[in-house]
Design a protein around this ligand. Structure first.
Ligand SMILES: Nc1ncnc2c1ncn2[C@@H]1O[C@H](COP(=O)(O)OP(=O)(O)OP(=O)(O)O)[C@@H](O)[C@H]1O
Length: 261
């Protein structure tokens, strides 16, 4: 029997799609506490679709998603609400409210979901923004800061309720390599400081090889997972050309310990 005692997410028999189109079927995997877990694969293979089904934005056609052993998919509204508070999501582009300052954006989840006093919320908001290096920008609007700063503000908002799990959808999209690397470092810092589990959708090799403990690779033709494991191990020992072609793209960063291609 698999040891699921340390699992924070368990996905079994998941099938997702749109109208008449099946995107993924029979998807099974677990994510362990404190892991930096990546969902990877080429364009259109269903990474974002899987993420939306995991966080409850879309209802799976079949299968189950469990958080901490509790079914999210089959739960009633009140259990769902409780489970929703255990995770935060950083959407592509940061998805901040443009009419609110960074301070107001980060405070919003606390105002909506906690009984904290305005003073406590104000203090925690400053702390969250400091954690992502945005002290001094509390009263800026999203349009007044850079793309990388918007991502960091989005991460601060995702961390607002001290979640056990944070989902990040293509965090590097639209960022230059240096800014992207800084965001990766921040992701590791969050994990190391708070023990947060991070689930990242990405096709960026620098991030995959830089910070992922383990990945699942999706494939459009297979409509599911074609590989699972540590990225360096998969790059070195997978015999599936779909996996090696993806992980050994010529423009990729070097796998530690291997010669540059
Ligand atoms: N809202 C939607 N309605 C209908 N079909 C969709 C929708 N979103 C995605 N799809 C389809 O589902 C499939 C998987 O798309 P998805 O965006 O999940 O892939 P992805 O791996 O995240 O791609 P990318 O890396 O390009 O963002 C594609 O065929 C896409 O056209």
């Amino acid at each position: 029997m698999p040891d699921n005692s340390n699992s924070v997410i368990e996905v079994t028999g998941l099938e997702c799609g749109y109208d008449g189109q099946t995107v993924l079927k029979d998807v099974n995997f677990t994510v362990k506490r404190g892991e930096v877990f990546f969902i990877i694969g080429g364009s259109g293979c269903g990474k974002s679709t899987l993420l939306r089904n995991l966080v409850g934005l879309h209802a799976p056609r079949a299968g189950d998603v469990k958080f901490f052993g509790k079914s999210f998919t089959a739960s009633d509204l009140s259990t769902r609400r409780t489970l929703l508070k255990t995770f935060g999501v950083l959407y592509q582009g940061g998805a901040l409210w443009s009419s609110l300052t960074l301070r107001q954006n980060v405070a919003l989840p606390m105002e909506e979901h906690t009984a904290l006093s305005p003073r406590e919320i104000a203090e925690l908001t400053c702390l969250k923004l400091a954690q992502v290096g945005l002290t001094g920008f509390e009263d800026y609007y999203p349009a007044e800061i850079s793309g990388g700063m918007r991502k960091r503000a989005g991460l601060a908002r995702a961390l607002a309720l001290d979640p056990d799990i944070v989902f990040l959808d293509e965090p590097s999209a639209g960022l230059d390599p240096i800014t992207s690397r800084k965001l990766d470092e921040l992701v590791l810092q969050v994990r190391d400081s708070f023990g947060t589990t991070l689930v990242v959708v990405s096709h960026e090799l620098a991030s995959i090889f830089g910070i992922a403990d383990r990945v699942i690779m999706l494939d459009r033709g297979a409509q599911g997972i074609i590989a699972e494991g540590a990225p360096a191990t998969l790059a070195e020992s997978s015999r599936d050309p779909r996996v090696t072609e993806f992980l050994l793209r010529r423009d990729r960063v070097r796998v530690p310990g291997t010669p540059a291609v």
